[in-house]
Design a protein around this ligand. Structure first.
Ligand SMILES: *Cc1c(COP(=O)(O)O)cnc(C)c1O
Length: 378
């Protein structure tokens, strides 16, 4: 572990870097090849092996992964993309980047994930994709909606920014037939410093994603060897993953079994410590199958006061997400979403990262219990 600054419960989230990352980064720096390099290929192959898929495409961020995946799925102007309002704004911005419109839907308040019935209710003749968000790491099973989605030609593009390593049934998320997007940002389950990844469904889709991430240039052997000529085959952006980030990600992936175990243990410790606290509902991440990205609760009364009290006691709580349909940028697509609005006022994330100890968890739970009791006594 190479991040030595004070950690503990003061931080809501914090990267955890394994010791090999420093040497790997130094070596990548010395190579002089900072764009795509053999290290990027190695990271893509290692991630594919880990997920149990034929191929992966590494990109600069989770947001870029969503943008590339939506374009690869043929999403563009005139189309609608179904998306939960309760997500990071990046999900919605990726939709806008394609020229399509977001169609906001509700979530299940127990899981903060979308349900098949809500998805089906939002389908129109313009729908081109549905973007389920795997909140907290929990897989979203849309099997019940599949026949209708297939019939309408709707692609499932998973925002699995929270869910690297989680399972849906017996397969890792990414290996279940959806077009899946991961984020490898600083605080995600696997970090590259910054980064993201698309898991394409076919070799053709993989090819499309590679051109979209790299200025439309055909990634031939000559291109890889940095030959003087290249072919530009169509539209493309400059969102490849830097080899510097890939070098970090490769080391982090080698240690993922430790990360996975630690995150599950921490989440279970929270579940035990929060048990019996009134007016606090733990958001269910399906911990046996998930690699938890966070620990979110719904505070059923006085969230603002509880939040402030915890912050005053040095506990790094967070409130997310402000529902996107209430954001000025997305006002055009506002519709009433009462469940999401209520959850937006209740949701609070507790400190959750791999520097935490079980003693930290107990302290957080104790302070939360005290904050609620103090309020009730008034
Ligand atoms: C982090 C995140 C993203 C975006 O990933 P970046 O790597 O930060 O671009 C998208 N959606 C969700 C739900 C996220 O948490």
């Amino acid at each position: 572990m190479i991040l030595t600054a004070p950690a503990g419960a003061a931080h809501n989230a914090r990267p955890y870097l394994y010791s090999g990352a420093e040497a790997a980064l130094a070596e990548a720096l010395r190579s002089g090849r900072y764009n795509h390099s053999a290290v990027t290929d190695e990271f893509e192959n290692a991630a594919a092996g880990f997920l149990g898929v034929p191929d992966t495409v590494a990109v600069a961020s989770g947001t870029a992964a969503l943008h590339v995946a939506l374009l690869a799925a043929g999403v563009g102007p005139g189309h609608e993309v179904i998306v939960p309002s309760f997500t990071f704004c990046a999900t919605v911005q990726a939709v806008l980047a394609t020229g399509a419109r977001p169609r906001f839907i509700e979530i299940n308040p127990a899981t903060l994930c979308v349900e098949p019935a809500e998805v089906l209710g939002a389908l129109t003749s313009h729908t081109r994709a549905i973007l389920p968000v795997l909140y907290g790491g929990r897989a979203v099973d849309l099997t019940a909606a599949r026949p209708a989605l297939d019939e309408h030609g709707v692609t499932v593009v998973e925002d699995a920014a929270h869910a690297f390593g989680s399972y849906e049934g017996t397969r890792r998320v990414g290996a279940t037939g959806a077009l899946t997007c991961f984020s490898f940002g600083p605080i995600k389950n696997l970090t590259c410093g910054q980064g993201g990844m698309v898991v394409p469904r076919t070799p053709l889709e993989a090819d499309t994603c590679r051109r979209l991430r790299g200025l439309g240039i055909v990634e031939s052997a000559a291109w890889r060897a940095e030959a003087t000529t290249y072919t530009v085959d169509g539209f493309g952006m400059r969102v490849q993953m830097s080899s510097l980030n890939a070098a970090i990600g490769l080391v982090q992936l080698q240690h993922f079994a430790e990360a996975e175990a630690k995150r599950r243990d921490l989440w279970r410790a929270y579940a035990a410590a929060l048990d019996g606290i009134h007016d606090v509902a733990l958001v269910d991440v399906d911990v046996d199958r998930s690699v938890p990205h966070l620990c979110a609760v719904r505070v059923l009364r006085d969230r603002e006061r509880v939040f402030r009290t915890l912050r005053e006691h040095g506990i790094g709580v967070g409130t997310h997400y402000p529902p996107n349909h209430t954001q000025p940028a997305f006002a055009e697509w506002h519709r009433p979403l009462p469940v999401t609005e209520r959850v937006g006022q209740q949701a609070m994330t507790l400190p959750f990262h791999q520097h935490l100890t079980e003693a930290d968890v107990d302290r957080v739970a104790g302070e939360l219990r005290r904050a609620l009791t103090a309020g009730a006594a008034r």
